[in-house]
Design a protein around this ligand. Sequence first.
Ligand code: ARG
Length: 698
Amino acid sequence: ADEGMWIPMLIGKNYDQMKSQGFKLTPQDLYDINKASLKDAIVSFGGFCTGELVSKNGLLFTNHHCGYDAIATESTPENNILDNGFYAKNYSEERPIKGLFVNFLVKIEDVTDKILTQTNQLTGTEKEAKITEIGDKLAAEATKGTHYNAFVRDFFKGNQYFLFVMEKFTDIRLVGTPPQSIGKFGGDTDNWVWPRQTGDFSIFRVYAGKDNKPAAYAKDNKPYSPKKYLPVSVKGVENNDFAMVYGFPGRTDRFLTSYGVSLAIDSVSPEIVKLRDIRLKAWKKEMDKDVAFRLKISSQYASVANYWKYFIGQSEQLKALKIEDKKRAEEQEFNQWVGSKPEYAGLMQKYNELYTNYAPYAKHRVFITEGFYASKWVANILKLQNSIEKLTKEVKGTDAYNNLQKTALETIESYKETYNATADKAILTGMLTAFYEDIPKNQHPDFYNDILKKYKAKTPQETFEKYANALWKESVLIDPDKLIAFINNPNQKKFNEDIAYQYAKNLVIPEYISKNLGTVLKDFENQKQELDHLYFKALLKKNEGKLMYPDANSTMRITYGNVQNYAPKDGVLYEATTTIDGVMEKYIPNDSEFDLPANFLAAYKARNFGSYGSNGTLVVNFISNNDITGGNSGSPVINGNGELIGLAFDGNWEAMSGDIAFDKKFKRSINVDIRYVLWCIDVLGGAKNIIDELEIRK
Ligand code: ARG
């Protein structure tokens, strides 16, 4: 049914429809807590993406953009695997990635009654605290005597609760990646766009202790032997074939009200785009000067750019698809249904008032999260604040002191990696100037007005440039080397008075910005939460007996539908697949987004498609009408027989408003065809060892 991110435990309710659309397995094949099922082959990758097991030796596929940070971190100008690609020829060449982990789902349990019966009568923070308390208790009971971890998540804005028991592995090693000219082919220009030709995959391996259980990294850990792994089908896909995506979608807001949509279009999204643009331009300038810096900052740059373009597209499509009008019509219908039911009376009116009061402050909030706090040095100071407070209270030379100091120095070590004073100064000047342009004067904090006075110059921009120079000159908390010296000789008074700490505190922490702003932001969050809870309670009642799926919340979901072409506009039909011939059409030698490696060009010229071609060409990407969002990246696209046919990696431009409203006509998942993945590994990478591990079905 295309729309819908369904909870695996409850997938039986969708089964008849899945079957009629071409699904050949049973609900128990998808989710079973007593024997191996497909869920056991799928993991939450690093907490932000999805991955799938594809061999009995713990081999894992995910997207290139999911492995990007690991790949970039492993790259140096001398051994540049980001630009050149890399395939391990054996286990010993695989590269352990510090901090990376995957989570398997052990089981789901509906704990709605257990939570609601004990908290129904409570409100506000008291209710929150009780829910957390019960949730922690349930999680502890569910994992007692095991090495599992568990958590309770709320669904439908606190109207349902499910418990998730997970198994976490932390020894994860990089096995292979194509060069980024293939893995990120098309770059930001093609990002979020179909037709597409990107080889967006990378390969990892899960390692376990001798007993096949999770273990901290150790050289002689063994490849994990999973309960289940996915066979790979190279039979190929066709328009209308059944396709489902099984993974960990992050966040959607499908029931956002018309008031929320209007705020997003008018102020929040354009401001996010403007502030991200400031960061991107400042970084790009430095990246073009210095390869080492480019490699270090690439991953951050890509993730900021990804959602920079996302919000441009979201605004555009919210308008084009008239989502605000559609929401308003739904709300009118809702009001009719409410009629004289007293418990929901005036709900929409209350939303209206809430947003009206909040609207003047919405941009200010964007400046905190996407502006001031988004500078690494600011976040770093606020992160260190706590350690410094503790450190100055301990006696030098004690274990406690040494441990605190070590942690602080490690924090600075990783901060130092991407530090760039030139870019940071440009970003600071840009943010403060944008604040001047976009935030009403009556919201300017005293701290901000003092800067304007003290560093007064011809224009605000020049004022802030002057101020930036003073910051870098006077502060000991920005420059990593000065910061290290400070940590080796910490002083609370000096910290409190530091010009950069003053900046961080007075522009980022709402209570310090102004008493009023702190209250406004908190009230908005609290009141919205209460209204949302009530709205969903009503919607569940209104839709009783109908199938309803909850918004994405980083828990495991199934979405099913078909490989499906679409018409982006009148008279135009986009096919469901793209081919290697399309890659060549876009090829631009030496371009940062559309270049190709020499061995690709040679194989193309010889039309060497190995055993992966069809109809004289090689399929590269395909689209399906599955309901995915961020977090689904890397998810397996699975055919009716439970075989892997591709990896989901993107959404399409015409449906960028999809997280707020699903549009059946336009919304597509963009996937890399598994045959292209295998061709890159096999023909270009020469990594037969990896191909041999797979269970390939012809
Ligand atoms: N838009 C994709 C997503 O959010 C990420 C694509 C990464 N590629 C890129 N060129 N930035 O899932």
